[in-house]
Design a protein around this ligand. Structure first.
Ligand code: SF4
Length: 349
């Protein structure tokens, strides 16, 4: 793939209309191209037969329809989830996971190549941040998975590699693009953005993307433990983070979700559960408990069934809404960043 080629997927429908009009073409061509890429999910300009042949030839020579090249696909035997490793035009690796749930298909999208947040349990942070992904690179994770599976995808969680609120402008453009009714029409209520805890970004979400779901990777009930697991906590401690989350709930009227990865012997004890219950009491929130997939690179192990159930029971008896989430794709390294880290170590990246 030529990295210098224009990538129309990085443009919104309105921008494409302007682009064609600058070329001396009718702006409507931009709408046709947008539909071809998103609503019809075509895999070559040549298939866009509603565009004139001469224009299709120009596009094929000067533009890249896909921003990502598939490098590897791993399919989980027990649950059928599919983990993709893609390569960007400038050689960065990006991971996505396609999952089937009772309520429909979900794609977990990465927002950055690498990550600078350095969470202790996460393989993605090991190589640091390479760069933020462009909106088209986020959209192509979904479009590539749709082409591969032949199945529609109705929900998006931005929960893969990277901190999405550290790449806010491109995240917002991505959400606008996939929500466009001329394309995929994925409503904002079907999109959830997960953050490790950046209050300025949470405030921007409340202002600019109020219908999008907010999920917070909490993973610890106090600053001592959270400082050790998520270095971002040294900058924005729990009190500051939870204040921003309360502000988001008040402003949007939406329930927040807290993700809590249960790590054996570290944050899964009864005291941690009681402390977490005290912190979250009275908040309009839901807690997802996720026994961590084993991450060889970090040495952490997920909690067992008994510890998980004990933790859940403490939260539930304090009146919190709590779910133990299936840890999908444990056999395909589905925890954040693990496939990418494995491949980087194989190829010396
Ligand atoms: S858990 Fe998320 S925010 Fe933390 S290092 Fe990994 S990718 Fe970055």
């Amino acid at each position: 793939m030529n990295e210098k080629k224009l990538c129309p997927k990085n443009m919104t429908r309105e921008e494409l209309k302007g682009f064609f009009s600058d070329m001396g073409e009718r702006p409507f061509r931009g709408v046709q191209l947008f539909r071809g890429m998103y609503a019809r999910g075509l895999s070559s300009f040549d298939e866009m037969t509603d565009l004139p042949a001469a224009l299709r030839r120009i596009l094929a020579e000067t533009a890249a329809l896909f921003t990502l090249t598939p490098r590897e696909v791993l399919v989980s035997r027990p649950d059928g989830s599919r983990k993709y490793l893609f390569e960007t035009a400038d050689g960065h690796l990006v991971e996505s996971v396609f999952m089937r749930y009772d309520y429909g298909n979900v794609i977990c999208v990465s927002s950055q190549a690498g990550c600078r947040m350095g969470c202790a349990f996460c393989a993605s942070g090991l190589g640091g941040l390479r760069r933020g992904l462009r909106s088209g690179e986020m959209a192509d994770q979904l479009l590539r998975a749709r082409l591969d599976t032949g199945e529609d995808i109705g929900r998006i969680v931005v929960m893969g590699v990277g901190e999405p609120l550290d790449n806010f402008d491109e995240l917002k453009r991505f959400i606008e693009t996939v929500g466009d009714a001329e394309g995929l029409g994925i409503g904002r209520r079907n999109i959830t953005v997960s953050t490790c805890g950046l209050p300025p970004g949470i405030e921007r979400m409340a202002e600019e993307l109020p219908q999008v779901g907010l999920s917070i990777s909490l993973h610890a009930p106090n600053d001592r433990l959270r400082d050790a697991l998520l270095p971002v906590n040294k900058r924005y401690n729990l009190a500051v983070l939870l204040k921003a989350v309360r502000g988001h709930i008040a402003r949007t009227g939406r329930r927040a979700t807290f993700e809590y990865a249960l790590i054996a012997g570290l944050n899964d004890g009864a005291e941690c559960a009681a402390e977490l219950a005290r912190r979250l009491r009275g908040m309009n929130c839901h807690v997802n408990l996720i026994p961590l997939n084993r991450v060889e690179e970090t040495g952490f192990c997920g909690s067992g069934r008994a510890e998980t159930e004990r933790f859940r029971a403490v939260l539930a008896s304090a009146g919190l809404q709590v779910t133990v989430r299936r840890s999908l794709g444990a056999d395909i390294h589905a925890a954040c960043g693990q496939l990418r880290a494995k491949t980087l170590s194989k190829i010396g990246g």
